[in-house]
Write a protein that binds this ligand. Sequence first.
Ligand code: T3D
Length: 266
Amino acid sequence: MTGDEQTVLIENEGGVRKITLNRPNVLNALNEAILAALTKALREAEQDKAVRCLVITGAGRAFSSGQDLADVRDRYERNEPIEFGSYLRTHYNPAISKIRTMGKPVVASVNGVAAGAGCSLALVCDMRIAAESASFIQAFINIGLVPDAGSTFMLPRLIGVARAMEMACTGRAIQSLEALQIGLVNQVVPDDRLAAQTMQLANKLANLPTYAIGLTKRAINAAWSADLKTQLEYEATLQSMACQTRDHREGVAAFIEKRPPQFKGE
Ligand code: T3D
């Protein structure tokens, strides 16, 4: 078994690829090995045409507790402290950017606590479905660090500046129901229904027009920093691309023929 297989588990179900962070004894804390395996798994899923939706979840009782602090402590004890800026650029940012930019939907299935960079990882996904026992903690401040791995980008956009500041500056744990109320997650489900409800959502997404979903993701991401004129032009450009697809023709034909569409993702 390779290191990759140990730290990240990969499963396929139809067009859905499930990536499970697999260091349950430390609540799926993130170290170089798991981050490398995650980045590799994301790149492979992006390239694989059969994959039309990704799910990221955690093994055991947590989604992820963020940076492995035992690893940090060990390095300090060996007098080889991590240069965090370069560590982030090398080990975290490629995975975070890949989730944001890939032309496929990525769902975080948050099965327990998501803390620090583990919280960032959940936030950067396109949708979040949370178990009732899940919680979200911007734990960075508890160890004198600033939010990273995309949290300062995603948090204010998802829940507004005031709530983002509170989460980031106090480190208060946000339980799943509050997360739903403030727009941090899309759905909250009973713990024992999380896997099934996640697959229901993921299978639905995997059978939709994947190429159009990818373009939609690009449009919505671009809108955050665009003015209306620019965004209208971008929408027109993307629609020119979408209207050339087989799935667009199939959608129109299926509507006229009063039958369910059979989208192929292209
Ligand atoms: O470039 C860089 O590296 C900088 C990047 C930084 C990004 C970050 O993510 S900074 C934030 C790092 N994460 C944290 O500060 C969270 C630390 N963990 C916790 O606060 C708590 O564990 C939780 C609130 C997440 C869960 O609490 P609880 O009571 O449910 O579990 P626990 O008992 O604390 O943890 C269970 C085990 O997991 C325990 O080990 P043990 O005692 O059973 O042997 C604990 O030490 C271990 N664990 C939990 N989190 C981490 C961890 N081990 C290493 N690293 C962790 N982050």
